[in-house]
Ligand binder design. Structure first.
Ligand SMILES: *Cc1c(COP(=O)(O)O)cnc(C)c1O
Length: 463
């Protein structure tokens, strides 16, 4: 498939070097690759992924990481600082998501995980185990809007939970609450809503879902992995963002990724619980092991204190005003980019988005637009059913001139799409990137892509 990255520049390693290499030459090699790869998203033409973009902030967090990267957050007797970092990240998060308004019968708590998928997995584990212990549920199911992130499907797959999928309204890109409610039965452990969803950037009717959850006695997870660290600031700025956090009755867990709009290094996410008892049910301890008494608060064993330190440092250095300022720039840039989309009658915006917007076309395959944008250096995210593309606006897009370049390149792309409407488009939707030339996601094909990433060492010429 693809070629081996950097084989043309550096020797390919297949065994541990006999003698260790000189550090300076290694660092130079790493710097060359990082500089080349960073130069792309610095243009502001990559959707999502590089939420912060401030290289000084990255360097600052990396310095914090460097002091603690070798420390094990599992061993608090020698690393008590991890307890401070984790506790204060959770406290800052609970405050931001209004846990204080959760009501007298709440007992808010949180945990730090390795990312959005980690937060979702731990939430699902907590729901499953509590449902088994308290409600005697042995055949658990979970109901999600179709637009809910695949991390829920993955978590359910890993934990033996059946997933039931509720449709979303094609115009608003919000879940059909009545259809979701109809899927709930006596084995349902929880439901979810997104604030916002990955595909369209729209927010499900969380208040209504909260009422449904309360009426049926099930949990409600709000997936704020993406929107968590930007929507609260949009609300403060006066954008029409409904409450989606612990102010909303019925919301029992909420995930928010520090490694997305929290502007942290990759590798952390915050999971919060309305009630401590839900979280505590998924702790693991084995007290009669010959190797000693073992306990861990989540699925991970050893964890790097460095990520906790860097996340803590990044949040403290940004502060409320920093998050607010960046949100203001992001929302304004997104509004301008959305206006460019609306200016083309051939394009149709999906739902009523704010910082992340998706659009399609009823006149041509939108992947023609994507093809043209790609040729001008843009990296959009591709969606399907219907074909659509999205832009998650991040700080790199807020640089001077990017929104203007978008408007100009989009106009060219619409012309290109009209001219090529009869031919098949070159690109199509695959999460995390845009691949070429396939629409039917055949399992074998996907398996080969995955293996291709991991098996580069195979098929190389012999030593
Ligand atoms: C990114 C994302 C996730 C999953 O997070 P990872 O950090 O990639 O594991 C979950 N939900 C939404 C809405 C997301 O955008």
């Amino acid at each position: 498939m693809s070629s081996y990255p950097y084989a043309d520049r550096y020797p390919v390693l297949r065994v541990l070097p006999e003698e260790g290499r000189d550090r300076e030459s290694i660092l130079n090699e790493l710097r060359e690759m990082a500089t080349a790869e960073d130069s792309f998203w610095h243009t502001g033409k990559a959707s999502g992924s590089f939420y912060c973009g401030d290289t000084d902030h990255y360097a600052f967090m990396s310095e914090a990481f460097g002091m603690y990267g070798h420390m094990n957050a599992l061993q608090r007797d020698v690393c008590p600082s991890a307890t401070r970092f984790e506790g204060e990240i959770i406290a800052m998060g609970l405050d931001l998501f209004n846990a204080a308004s959760a009501g007298a019968d709440s007992d808010p708590a949180g945990m730090i995980t390795s990312g959005g998928s980690g937060s979702i997995l731990h939430a699902m584990l907590a729901y499953r185990d509590q449902a088994r212990a308290v409600r005697g549920i042995t055949n658990p199911n979970f109901v999600k809007p179709e637009t809910g992130h695949p991390a829920f499907d993955k978590a359910c797959h890993l934990l033996g939970i059946e997933v039931r999928m509720a449709p979303s309204d094609p115009v608003t890109a919000q879940v059909d609450v009545a259809a979701l409610e109809a899927l709930i039965d006596d084995q349902t452990i929880a439901i979810m809503g997104s604030a916002s969803n990955y595909g369209y950037g729209t927010i499900d009717p969380i208040a209504e879902l909260g009422q449904v959850a309360l009426a049926h006695g099930v949990g409600l997870h709000v997936d704020g992995c993406l929107g968590g660290f930007i929507l609260p600031f949009g609300e403060q700025l006066g954008y029409p963002i409904p409450a989606f956090d612990f102010r909303v009755p019925g919301v029992t867990t909420l995930s928010a990724d520090t490694h997305k709009y929290g502007y942290g290094l990759k590798g952390t996410s915050l999971l919060m619980f309305r009630n401590r008892s839900l979280r505590d049910g998924q702790y693991f301890f084995q007290t009669n092991w010959s190797g000693g008494k073992y306990c861990s608060p989540g699925i991970d064993g050893s964890r790097s204190s460095g990520l906790l330190a860097a996340t803590w440092a990044g949040m403290v250095a940004t502060g409320r005003q920093g998050y607010l300022r960046y949100a203001k720039e992001i929302f304004a840039t997104a509004a301008s980019m959305i206006a460019a989309v609306r200016s083309h009658p051939e394009l149709r915006l999906i739902g009523d988005p704010t910082y992340l917007f998706a659009f399609t076309s009823d006149e041509f395959d939108i992947y023609h637009v994507n093809d043209s944008l790609r040729s001008r250096g843009w990296r959009m995210n591709g969606l399907q059913y219907p074909n659509a593309i999205h832009m998650a606006v991040t700080r790199p897009q807020t640089q001077v001139g990017v929104a203007e370049a978008w408007a100009a390149d989009l106009a060219v792309a619409v012309d290109y799409a009209k001219a090529h409407a009869d031919a098949p488009a070159k690109s199509s939707g695959i999460y995390g990137g845009v691949s070429g030339g396939w629409t039917e996601a055949a399992d074998d094909f996907i398996r080969n892509i995955m293996s291709d990433m991991l098996d580069k060492h195979q098929g190389l010429p012999p030593l």
